[in-house]
Design a protein around this ligand. Sequence first.
Ligand SMILES: *Cc1c(COP(=O)(O)O)cnc(C)c1O
Length: 291
Amino acid sequence: MVSFQPSLFEEKFFQNRRIYFKRDDLLDVDFSGNKARKFYAFLVRDFPHIRRVVSSGSNQSNAMYSLSVLAKKRGWEFIYVCDHIPSFLKQNPIGNYAKALENGMRIFESSSREVALEAFLDSHTLHVKEGGRQKEAEEGVALLAQELVCDVAREHVENPYLFLPSGTGTTALFLQKHLPFKVYTCATVGDSAYLRRQWESIEANVHVYPTILETHRKYCYGKLYRELFEVWKTVQTETGVTFDLVYDPLGWKVLIEHLGMLTGTPIYLHQGGLLGNTSMLQRYARKAIML
Ligand SMILES: *Cc1c(COP(=O)(O)O)cnc(C)c1O
């Protein structure tokens, strides 16, 4: 059976406050971050009939890359459907897209992803929902919760709470379900109502839903904002840790806005995604808003 060593739990200081980082970005060289936790069940369970995995999503998604690693480890074929691949990217593959192709991913373009994907479904095929929003994610995320419980006890963290930015919200949901302390999150895809609907689609018990923190202004998912880039840069300079450029800049922005109001000791979950930074940095550079 494959299993992870617990990821690093480290004490840091940010804006003169004690804060802890749970470093899931360092979980493993190839299979790391929250996608490794969410796909853990697909890595360790027996799938005697499965020969391939299919999924869909964006052309630079972290989930896509992690599925390519999973498929490679398990000897499965990997088919991925996305709506559009810019010709610039096809000619100059970088980031998650390039690495997933190196791992043998077969990628298809279709404006109706789910329909295109259905053509590949049969009894030998495992279908992983976009971003890994499914029940199976609970197994690996519950292990992460257990690690956190041990980390907090070992380091004597007083009155801890966890913060992490959400996409589908699957990681935050299952963490709150398995943690004895509070989990705060924010929506990066859509608004808070959308995030709640994502939770409702996989978990009926509303009492285990995390607490959503709101931002003052609205940000569109995947868009570039000078303001968020500056936050990302500040965190990097102050803590010496590089975070992802899709979810974490907004995550940190929201956490900073609320830090003064929340009681207890914050733990920020580093959910990986650093491979995607090459393409995000390139986009920021092209827009000339990099500092
Ligand atoms: C996928 C991802 C998220 C969002 O995870 P959800 O479980 O969908 O909420 C956050 N951060 C990083 C770095 C990710 O790769």
